[in-house]
Design a protein around this ligand. Structure first.
Ligand code: SAM
Length: 286
């Protein structure tokens, strides 16, 4: 047994690991890694490295790979360990397991079978980004990764457009400029932030409206790991039904352009959004 490690109660321990700086791991997480009977990791190499950095010996304990591609096969082995009264520690490659990472099915099955499921909380990129973004932190919605194609991404954003909270997305550097441009179109040109390489050497936060950030990314493409945050802005949001009723009435006597101008001014809504909707309503009634 590792020095300072105590026998853990049987159960599943979901262990948060750093998102960059190796020292961002809690003492309790190290204790659990030092004393669990069985270790499982999304990426066994990165867990081994982390344990080496912190002087936690693996010894003869099993370290199993558990990720999206082998979960169904490995889960029964981990549940067998729990059934045998053992403690199982699970860590994802970075940050908190289950947060845009594997572990959900494992935790659900373990809980369903009546075993203890507990966590050693710690770093997660979403919360780290939120705390330094400068955007409202009283209410937030973590939306994870958006779909890759623009049309699916826009539909997903539309579904979030009236959520009265700061929206938090994970995004790849390859797609971030296109994602920001789509967000400006669907959500309106809201204040936003892009946080990258958190807790690492090249940590950076860019702030601006979605259009400004899209331009900044096109100009200086950001590298590394990225979180995008978008502020809630209800100034231009009118319910679809209200907008449609007003537009139908206006289109009875006006051109699309005039109807859009009229309704946008009356509702205090964004003209570009109202114009798009007016085109659709006019087409539907043709
Ligand atoms: N479980 C992790 C967590 O708790 O944040 C998330 C894992 S997810 C597979 C990886 C994504 O998280 C990256 O593509 C990026 O969007 C975000 N991320 C992870 N580490 C980050 C960091 N140091 N800086 C910025 N974003 C990060």
């Amino acid at each position: 047994m590792n020095p300072g490690s105590e026998k853990l109660a049987p159960g599943l321990y979901l262990v948060s690991v750093p998102i960059g700086a190796a020292r961002d791991i809690t003492l309790r997480a190290l204790d659990i890694l030092a004393s669990a009977d069985v270790l499982a990791a999304e990426d066994t190499r990165s867990l081994r490295r982390l344990m080496e950095i912190h002087g936690v010996a693996l010894g003869s304990r099993p370290l199993l790979a558990y990720h999206d591609h082998n979960g169904a096969r490995v889960r029964p082995r981990l549940l067998e360990a729990l059934a045998a009264g053992q403690s199982v520690a699970y860590a994802s490659e970075a940050g908190t397991p289950l947060v845009a990472d594997p572990g959900f099915d494992l935790a659900r099955e373990a809980r369903g079978a009546g075993y203890l499921v507990t966590a050693a909380p710690g770093a997660t990129a979403a919360i780290t980004a939120l705390t330094i973004s400068g955007l409202p932190s009283d209410k937030f919605l973590f939306a994870g990764f958006l779909p890759n194609t623009s049309s699916k991404r826009k539909s997903a954003m539309k579904a979030l457009s009236t959520v009265p909270a700061t929206l938090i997305f994970y995004e790849s550097p390859k797609r971030v400029a296109a994602m920001l441009a789509d967000a400006a179109e669907v959500l309106g040109d809201r204040p936003a932030a892009l946080a990258r390489e958190l807790t690492k050497k090249f940590e950076e936060v860019r702030r601006g409206t979605l259009t400004e950030l899209a331009a900044s990314c096109a100009d200086t493409p950001p590298k590394g790991e990225i979180v995008v945050l978008v502020e809630y802005d209800d100034s231009g949001i009118v319910s679809d039904t209200d907008l449609e009723t007003d537009l139908r009435a206006a289109l009875a006597t006006m051109s699309v352009r005039d109807a859009a101008d009229h309704v946008a001014a009356a509702r205090g809504a964004k003209r570009r959004d109202v114009y798009q909707r007016a085109l659709e309503v006019a087409r539907e009634t043709e």
